[in-house]
Design a protein around this ligand. Sequence first.
Ligand SMILES: O=P(O)(O)OC[C@H]1O[C@](O)(CO)[C@@H](O)[C@@H]1O
Length: 544
Amino acid sequence: MIDTAAAPCAAPVTVAEGFVPPPQRAAWRRLQALAAAPQPHLRERLAARDEARTRALTLEAAGLTLDATHQALGLPEWAALLALADESRVAQQADALRRGAPVNATEGRAALHVALRGSHWADAPWGKTINRAVRQELDRMLEAAERLRAGAWLGAGGEPITDVVNLGIGGSDLGPRMAVQALAAHAHPRVRVHFVSNPDAWALYDTLRRLDPARTLFIVQSKSFTTVETQRLTDSSRRWLADAGVAPERQAPHWIAVTAHPDRAAAWGVPRAQTFVFWDWVGGRYSLWSAIGLPLAVTIGRAGFEQLLAGAHALDRHAWEAPPERNLPLALALLGIWNRNFRGCPTHLLAIYSWRLGEFARHVQQLDMESNGKRVHVNGSAVAIDTGPIVWGGQGLDAQHAYFQLLHQGTHRVAVDFIGVCEDDTPLPTVDAHRRLVHANLRAQARALATGRNAEATAAALRAEGLEEAEVRRLTPHRTYPGNTPSNLLWLPRLDPFHLGALVAAYEHKVFYQAAIWGIHPFDQWGVELGKTLARTMDNSACP
Ligand SMILES: O=P(O)(O)OC[C@H]1O[C@](O)(CO)[C@@H](O)[C@@H]1O
């Protein structure tokens, strides 16, 4: 096991020392002044077709394209945001992270999820020791995945495993579940992967009732190996195998564990040879790149998983090497702060225009809200600013026919990320017509939310529909759109492991940059503990 405390150049960067609360920073005050000043409507900004603004707000990284021209700001605000990043020392904080410093200060740990996708990088700032251990465990995990894919992993009865059930919750479920769905086009033809996270009995039953115990392998994923929900699912699954005739002492071939505590997995009964480790310096919600990615490696194979890591690493290098004004995840972070802290948007909507990315919003919900849902600064003082937004979302096209009404004409200010995929490799003869419809709606919604339609234009439209003047006057208020709702359009060229890796890493860096500017700790999650403690004292089977 690697002891990161011994990691090279782990000189503690105590951001707490000399910490200046954001509202006291010059750039923050400048932004407050700009936000208080009259701002052109987004409709005017877009109509102006300002090329310099378009160039500044169009960024690329690792094949991803960010079009931020539908954001409610101009070059002065953008310059002030970049100044805020500089004044907040985000580059220094990012450097401390990748050098393995204990940036997870309340747990005294490093946060080196980036090392999981950069073990081939000889000059990696986190050092060769970590590279070697990461590579060794990655090869072990990928070898196991390939054995399962080859049908060479046999159950207790000698039958090849055809169904793999992932038992885990939170970061031990959401990342791999999202990625397996996203890369369904690259899935293995014979070995199926299933995910069960919720301890509601039906959730497990509904999966198990479709499976043959003799051909089913469980992956119990739990960094702590103490999560009661996962333990409940694991114990019931062991009973299911036993009831099907696979006695506990013969069940070893049906179990794999992934954890930072292999001793606990062994105590539960998973052989060490079938236990894959990751380290305490990897947060659960940042663990897709570790052995927690095993269900994905079973789905897309060694080459596919290496491509996922390569895409994320390419994004890491961009984040560390691009000038701030061309840094895509930094732009996502700064635009998010402009909307959250200066334009009063308490929530951030992820509108996904790709069916296979249907689980992406849930993954980012944990990534963002469990990281930045904090009310205390790094120096222990209470924040006097807003921090992490409520992140929500899902399938954009379905949402257009569900809650987009509120986005267009409600009283909430919402910031939106529209996420689309340029190429569609769905093997349907009509795929191009589907793709065009999806893309047209993505662009139209971003445009409509930005420009809206004022009363004058609405009245003209109603007249054009042939309505009487009295009806025009009566209906105009109801059919006017305020607009000025900001959005990013984020495009992947295609949905493959490389670009999915880059996309997930982009949001990881965004969340880190925002925490670096807000001066909060993004890598702990003490807020989840009280409920767990109380739950242990409440075995309350009696309903009211
Ligand atoms: O992997 P584990 O230790 O079972 O934890 C599962 C999840 O529970 C949490 O600790 C929250 O309760 C998450 O941070 C984590 O991803």
